[in-house]
Design a protein around this ligand. Structure first.
Ligand code: HEM
Length: 202
C-alpha cells in the first residue's frame, strides 16, 4: 500500500473517536450527563494517544521495524488535539467559561493543576513538531521533546488523582506507562533485542 494511503487511513482512524463523540453528542446519545461523558472520553483518548506516541520508540527498538516512526508525529499531534478538546470541553461546557471558578479549580484541586500543567507541557511540543522547528532548534529540539515523558507521568497522575474509588483503570494506564519507560533503558532493550525471534529481525 502506498505510504500516503497508509497515513490517510491512520489519520482517519485517529480522528474517528472525536467524530463518534460529536455524532453521539449531536444526536443526544450520551446519556443523562453528556458533559461528563465528553470530559471522560476526551481525557481517556488524550492519554491513549500519549501512550501510543511513547510506544513507538520501544516498538521500533524491539522489533527492528522502522515504519511506525513515520507515524509518531501524527500520534503526538493527535495527543495534543484530544488534550485541547478535553480542555475546551472542561472550560466551555463543564465550567461555562467562568474564569474565577476555573482559576480556583486549578489552584485548589491538585488533579486539575496536574492536568493543566501537562497540557501546558504538551503545547510547546505540538508547536515545535514541524521540520522547520526541528532544524532551527537543532540539539535543543531533542532536549525539549524529552518533556513528553513528564507529560506521560502528568497524564497518569492526573487520572490516578481524580479517581475516587476504583483505581483499576488508572493503575492499568500507569503500568503501561512504566513498562514503556522500562523499555527505553539500554541494558533492558539490549537484552530483549538479543532474544527477539528471528521473525522480527528482518
Ligand atoms: C487542561 C488541563 C486539564 C483539565 C482542566 C482536565 C480536567 C479534567 C476533568 C474535570 C476530568 C473529570 C474529572 C471527574 O470526573 O471527576 C478529567 C478526566 C480525565 N482527564 Fe483531564 N484535564 C486536563 C488535562 C488532561 C490531560 C493532559 C490528560 C492526559 C494526558 C487528561 C486525562 C484525563 C483522563 C484519563 C481522565 C479520566 C477519564 C475517565 O475517568 O474515564 N487530562 N480531566
Amino acid at each position: 500500500m502506498p505510504a500516503f494511503l497508509i497515513k490517510s487511513v491512520v489519520f482517519l482512524l485517529c480522528l474517528s473517536p472525536a467524530v463518534w463523540l460529536a455524532w453521539q453528542a449531536f444526536n443526544d446519545q450520551l446519556g443523562a450527563n453528556p458533559v461528563e461523558v465528553l470530559t471522560h472520553q476526551s481525557g481517556l483518548w488524550t492519554l491513549r494517544f500519549l501512550l501510543l506516541t511513547l510506544a513507538i520508540t520501544p516498538l521500533r527498538t524491539l522489533s527492528g521495524w522502522r515504519y511506525p516512526g513515520r507515524l509518531r508525529r501524527m500520534f503526538g499531534l493527535y495527543t495534543f488535539f484530544y488534550a485541547l478538546l478535553h480542555f475546551l470541553i472542561y472550560l466551555a461546557l463543564d465550567r461555562a467559561l467562568f474564569f474565577d471558578d476555573i482559576w480556583q479549580d486549578i489552584a485548589e484541586r491538585p488533579y486539575i493543576m496536574i492536568g493543566f500543567t501537562t497540557f501546558l507541557m504538551l503545547l510547546p511540543l505540538a508547536i515545535t513538531s514541524n521540520n522547520r522547528s526541528m532544524k532551527r532548534l537543532g540539539k535543543r529540539w531533542k532536549q525539549l521533546h524529552r518533556l513528553v515523558y513528564l507529560c506521560g507521568l502528568g497524564g497518569v497522575l492526573h487520572y490516578l488523582w481524580l479517581v475516587k474509588a476504583d483505581l483499576l483503570n488508572p493503575a492499568i494506564y500507569l503500568t503501561i506507562f512504566l513498562l514503556l519507560m522500562l523499555l527505553r533503558i539500554k541494558p533492558i532493550t539490549t537484552w530483549l533485542t538479543f532474544r527477539r525471534p528471528s521473525l522480527f529481525s528482518h
